[in-house]
Design a protein around this ligand. Structure first.
Ligand code: AMP
Ligand code: MG
Length: 295
């Protein structure tokens, strides 16, 4: 009887992951999650926040612990081969998307993880509906997918640079919510991060790119033009964060002026999400205890 019940739960879980309500353990650190329906005002969120930590070395141990949690849980996710995790990273230029991927996922088994970076669409991509290229990159069962930029560009750069008319990008918030819900019904857990830096910090980071010959490749004079649109981008981000934070695909606004604190917050949130997913090793074949390996 109880076995039947268990099996029914399993089936439910694969069909409708967001229906599995797991009591989240109360963490002893702040949550930066945008609650569904909340209106986000970025100027009210301090990008310099670091809790009680003062320097990089104050978080080194905890970051390492969170990385190990992610590694261990990824192994279970891969072995289970039922569901997957999609991580969406968005930020202003220099916000730290690349650095976050490098520091949070170092040590994760590359076999179970894929980073997809999205640039201006190719001719082929532009000839399809805007979600086409993102859907193709959604993670397969057992995998972690990382979107370095994402479908949100189509309500960010596209809106700010007026690449399509307003009535087109306005309807995309609904399209994005429907798309993400669809992915979640297919077994993909989604977690989204906006890495929040200040305009001053962006200036410092651009300057560092110019000053360091090994970093100049990252700089483009087009970046200066984009920086002039800072306020329009902040507004576009506020709308994206406010319209598209849902129970099955929440946004997190991460204070990101301090790179080490940003890495810690992202690592914690991903580890926590994987823990709630609670992937399980599949049952071993029966009778393995009697197997003898022949010489
Ligand atoms: P980077 O990440 O510095 O290599 O730059 C990638 C560029 O591609 C950025 O300037 C983005 O704004 C741009 N980009 C990404 N997605 C889109 C999109 N859907 N439409 C237009 N431009 C995009
Ligand atoms: Mg760039």
């Amino acid at each position: 009887m109880s076995n039947d019940g268990d099996r029914r739960d399993e089936a439910d879980r694969t069909r409708a992951p967001e229906k599995v309500v797991v009591e989240e353990p109360e963490p002893d650190y702040p949550s930066y999650k945008v609650e569904p329906g909340d209106r986000v005002t970025l100027s009210a969120i301090d990008p310099d926040e670091t809790e009680h930590y003062k320097k990089k070395k104050d978080v080194a141990k905890e970051l390492e612990k969170q990385r190990r949690r992610i590694q261990h849980l990824q192994e279970r996710l891969y072995a289970e081969n039922e569901r997957s995790l999609l991580i969406v990273l968005q930020a202003m230029d220099t916000g730290g998307k690349d650095g976050t991927i490098k520091h949070v996922f170092s040590g994760v088994n590359p076999q179970g993880c894929r980073v997809s970076s999205f640039k201006a669409p190719s001719t082929e991509e532009a000839n399809h509906d805007f979600l086409w290229r993102y859907h193709k990159s959604a993670p397969a069962r057992g995998r972690i997918g990382i979107f370095n930029r994402s479908h949100y560009e189509d309500v960010l750069v596209v809106r700010v640079k007026k690449l399509v008319p307003e009535d087109i990008w306005r309807q995309r918030y609904d399209q994005i919510n429907a798309f993400e819900r669809n992915l979640s019904l297919g077994g993909i857990t989604i977690v989204k991060f906006f890495l929040h830096i200040s305009k001053d910090e962006q200036k410092r980071r651009f300057q560092r790119r110019l000053d360091n010959p090994d970093k100049r490749w990252k700089f483009s004079s087009a970046d200066i033009k984009e920086r002039a649109n800072w306020d329009a981008y902040q507004q576009a981000f506020e709308d994206a964060l406010s319209n598209c934070s849902t129970a099955h695909a929440p946004w997190n606004v991460v204070p990101a002026n301090k790179k080490w604190y940003r890495n810690l917050v992202v690592a914690r949130t991903i580890a926590g999400t994987l823990e709630v997913m609670d992937p399980q090793y599949p049952p071993a074949e029966e009778g393995l205890e009697k197997v003898m390996i022949p010489d």
